[in-house]
Design a binder for this molecule. Sequence first.
Ligand code: XMP
Length: 512
Amino acid sequence: MREKILILDFGGQYNQLIARRVRQNHVYCELMPHQTSLAEIKAFDPIGIIFTGGPNSVYDKDAPHVDPGVYTLGVPILGICYGCQLMAQQLGGEVRAAQSDAAREYGRTATRFDTACGLFSGLAERSVTWMSHGDYIARLPEGFTACASSAACPTAAICDESRGFYGVQFHPEVNHTENGAAMLQSFLYGICGAHGSWHMDNYQQSAVASLRERVGDGRVLLALSGGVDSSVCAALLAEAVGSRLTCVFVDHGLMRKDEGDRVEAAFSKWDIDFRRINAEKRFLARLAGVTEPEEKRKRVGEEFIRVFEEESKKLGAVDFLAQGTIYPDVIESGMGDAAVIKSHHNVGGLPELVDFKEILEPLRPLFKDEVRALGRGLGLPEQLVSRQPFPGPGLAIRVLGEVTREKLRILREADYLFREEIEKAGLNAQINQYFAVLTDARTVGVMGDGRTYDRVVALRAVTTDDFMTADWARIPNEVLARVSSRIVNEVRGVNRVVYDITAKPPGTVEWE
Ligand code: XMP
């Protein structure tokens, strides 16, 4: 039986991060809405429960609550921020709004800990925590003691160890809380008794076994985009059902240098029905004369579906359509509604047009870092597994203005050189996404003794946690100098290179 932690979501901004931290400790967890019924909580059978933070005050009219029966399950609970205040209030304590600005705490806060408490044992008596709260616990519930304090808050953490209830006002899941990782580890291992059984090799074994059982002698169809999720999904299915899997890889000719060949090389070694559809011609024909970014996106999406539809018709009815949906897709598409099939999936629109009986989503419980680890375990090449996000419309939205074969050639070469130099400089792990853009501008230059009138390449590199906001990467000047010199010298048709120093917002990561 798998050890599971339940994370009840009260709407805080760090909820996915809490789940990832638990998983990184090799303990399986799921995030569920706070309205989850007691019966469902019992059925999930967690070894521990975490209440997340949230934007409300526990006294707000519509403040989210949890069924108080949760306190009678005999399962340890860790309440974080709002979750801590809610536990205090539901168990008979009193929460109050801080009367002065000084009593509210936001950001790094010097905190003192009682190391006799199981959550903090073995840790320093003083360390910095990350606080973000306007309310505080004015009176403790019966059986509780305060086990951490800060200058403004005598109840920075509370506990009733006899019942396994712990609450912290601060956020142990963020890196700014110095010993946060150790505290979570103490909760999981010391208090909940976890053994750390969540590993991707175990997951692989059990997923393969259950896919085999479910698929039986049926046939599975997967649309392979070449992205991390669909590639790992394909590798897992290949392992599980081998020749009963058909992968249709629609190569739209808008991939980066050698990328289509890499996908093909990775999958042709498996005993599966792998079909690469070289559709560059038809995609370029659909894009001819189109300059408006949204129109390009629309046309690439539609053409992808059309090609896939034609191929799947050739196959006839299939039993299972597989999709590379991953856990953040599930969370972001509305939690608790397990039936939702992600509408913004890479290949959105496919289920309607393929004649199939059931959908398989073998990566559904996994976070991206887990998907990558699984892919490595399955023997996928590192280049595929650690691939950066790549937009569905591919280079069509990195070639500004009309997309032509010649412009794609220039962009591919420039992009390849940029990526090569970033990797050589060892910067690839620090920069979350980096690529070249071919602008539609031409400028005058001088090369040898002659005048040139050639294209301008822009370099884009960003650091970000979630791609919702991003900053431009501070690449050392000497690396930029090398990239610029190589692109101008080695890529015919380019005589100028610029570096994009725009954050998101106000810019976006992609230029179109
Ligand atoms: P933006 O440009 O919106 O990009 O700041 C944020 C992240 O999303 C990626 N992106 C896409 N991914 N289909 C995708 O699968 C798309 O149409 C698409 N457009 C942008 C982008 O590369 C960045 O990582």
